[in-house]
Design a binder for this molecule. Structure first.
Ligand SMILES: [Fe+2]
Ligand SMILES: [Fe+2]
Length: 240
């Protein structure tokens, strides 16, 4: 249970999910983290009960596991973009500076942090380009196929069948998943070393959540969207 007399640092170390809340209120949980939460809130003119509620919410928050098996392909794409693409675009700019700070401060003693920073940058470069390809090429094509059921015209494509870009996307998913798996292995399952600061705990918590979200995101694409898009193309365009 998170309480007002606890220090920010102890809360952040015990419940790394709370670090997002500290960041959103600009409460220093790191270098100045040895102060009780109540005192830190008073200094900033924050309502301690509101901060406590946000902290509890961050711990309890769980991703709603919605059933998209019956959704239209258009609705599924909208969900993927609004939920998972938006998450990738908001988390990477938050995690990259944390990885840089962690590598600079603790890299000499914990060289895996230097590797994490490099791999996260590679993941960001590849994944952001991947999202753009999906949003500009693949998803509009699938949405147009979906619209044919309501009288829409056949989509124009720069590929002979949707299976071509899908194969490329599936390969890129494997690359992203493998990078996170390597990061997880190098950090013993995203366990921060005991002699590091809360930034490392926050980074590892963020990477752990990022990997979980990516798994759900890839599942929706590889296992739901892509097979249905291939079947729909065959149905609507009689592609062999
Ligand atoms: Fe995606
Ligand atoms: Fe994807």
């Amino acid at each position: 249970m998170i309480a007002a007399p606890s220090t920010l640092r102890s809360i952040a170390l015990e419940q790394p999910a709370t670090i997002r809340v500290f960041e959103s209120f600009h409460l220093d949980y790191c270098c100045g983290g040895n102060r009780p939460l109540a005192q830190a809130c008073a200094e900033k003119g924050l309502d301690v009960d509101a901060v406590l509620a946000a902290l509890a919410g961050s711990v309890a928050q769980q991703t709603a596991d919605e059933d998209f098996t019956q959704a239209t392909l258009g609705a599924l794409i909208q969900h993927i973009v609004a939920t998972h693409h938006a998450y990738v675009r908001s988390e990477l700019p938050r995690l990259l500076p944390m990885a840089g700070k962690a590598a600079a401060k603790h890299g000499p003693k914990h060289p895996e942090l230097i590797q994490i920073e490099k791999q996260l940058q590679q993941l960001a470069d590849e994944l952001l380009a991947h999202l753009t390809k999906e949003e500009l090429i693949l998803f509009p094509y699938i949405e147009a196929l979906d619209g044919m059921k309501n009288g829409g015209s056949a989509p124009h494509a720069c590929f002979p069948t949707v299976e071509f870009p899908i194969q490329a996307m599936v390969q890129e998913h494997e690359g992203a998943g493998a990078l996170l798996e390597e990061m997880r292995a190098a950090t013993r399952g995203f366990q921060p070393p005991v002699d590091t600061c809360p930034t490392v705990a926050g980074l590892y918590d963020g990477l752990d959540a990022f990997e979980r979200d990516l798994h759900r995101h890839i599942h929706l694409e590889n296992n739901l969207l892509f097979p249905r898009a291939i079947a729909l193309e065959k149905e609507e365009l009689a592609v062999k």
